[in-house]
Design a binder for this molecule. Structure first.
Ligand SMILES: NC(=O)c1ccc[n+]([C@@H]2O[C@H](COP(=O)([O-])OP(=O)(O)OC[C@H]3O[C@@H](n4cnc5c(N)ncnc54)[C@H](OP(=O)(O)O)[C@@H]3O)[C@@H](O)[C@H]2O)c1
Length: 246
């Protein structure tokens, strides 16, 4: 059984990714930050479907917690009879709307820690545990391609994560570990307070398929990219956005 760790797997795209990966036969470790109950629901849904799952707490914005998290991962893997795992999905994140003129240093640092520094050092921490031939998927955003007023630091750090993805592919390739990023367009989750009526209509109008996306339309792509049939896809940023502003 392949094993995937999905950060921010308690809600939204991460939860959907967990369900889709479990459906494909993977064992799943989801992490949560503030919502253990939601993570338990994801684990319950996977187990009810005959799959294997566990939830671990992790604040991706606090690198000081990473060694203890690694130990918790090892304990979980050991319980499943493994010494390593196969796939890491750096998905955890949050949205913040504020124009550049008003962004505070604390807001900037918070976004930096969760969206760029966290994935960098979490991957570094877990790398010895990732099996040769594994894969890392970083969740970025279509806002790296289309400038969207109000999300500058978020988009800049997601852009950094896209670049980092190529460097991961370069440096980890000798172990057969691939690295790709998936850049979702607007998807119906609770990110940044969720979609309200007007906002959703505007985003749908900017999308070729005439609507926003649903979480499972990202989760299924992640699960598919992790499958062996896609093993030659490496160092790519794949936008999954229904044709957003084309
Ligand atoms: N939805 C979209 O339209 C969209 C578009 C482009 C990119 N994305 C990206 O997709 C990823 C998932 O977003 P989503 O839409 O699924 O958002 P969401 O529904 O708000 O879920 C966010 C997830 O991230 C976790 N999280 C938040 N801050 C965290 C932290 N400091 N440490 C660890 N976990 C943390 C949350 O855990 P708890 O609930 O347990 O706190 C939750 O599981 C994010 O990286 C986001 O930037 C989303």
């Amino acid at each position: 059984m392949k094993i995937v760790i999905i950060t921010g797997g308690s809600r939204g795209l991460g939860a959907s990714t967990a369900i889709e990966c479990a459906r494909s036969g993977m064992g799943v470790i989801v992490t949560y930050n503030d919502n253990p109950g939601k993570a338990d629901e994801v684990v319950g849904a996977v187990v009810a479907g005959g799959g294997t799952a566990a939830a671990l707490k992790l604040d991706v914005g606090d690198t000081g917690l990473f060694p203890a998290f690694r130990d918790a991962v090892v304990a979980q893997l050991t319980a499943w009879g493994r010494l390593d795992f196969d796939y890491l999905v750096n998905n955890a994140g949050y949205g913040l709307f504020n124009p550049i003129a008003k962004v505070t240093e604390a807001q900037f640092d918070g976004l930096l820690n969760v969206h760029l520094k966290g994935p960098f050092f979490l991957t570094q921490t877990l790398l010895p545990l990732i099996a040769d031939g594994g894969q890392i998927i970083n969740i970025t955003s279509a806002t790296t391609r289309v400038a969207t007023a109000g999300v500058a630091p978020y988009a800049a750090f997601k852009g950094g994560l896209e670049v980092l993805t190529r460097y991961m592919a370069k440096e980890f390739g000798e172990r057969g570990i691939r690295a790709n990023s998936i850049a979702p367009g607007a998807i119906r989750t609770e990110l940044g307070g969720g979609l309200n009526g007007e906002f959703e209509v505007m985003l749908a109008g900017q999308t070729a398929l005439g609507r926003v996306g649903e979480p499972e339309e990202i989760g299924s792509v992640v699960a598919s990219l992790l499958s062996t049939g896609n093993r030659w896809i490496n160092a790519q940023n794949i936008e999954v956005a229904g044709g957003y502003i084309i």
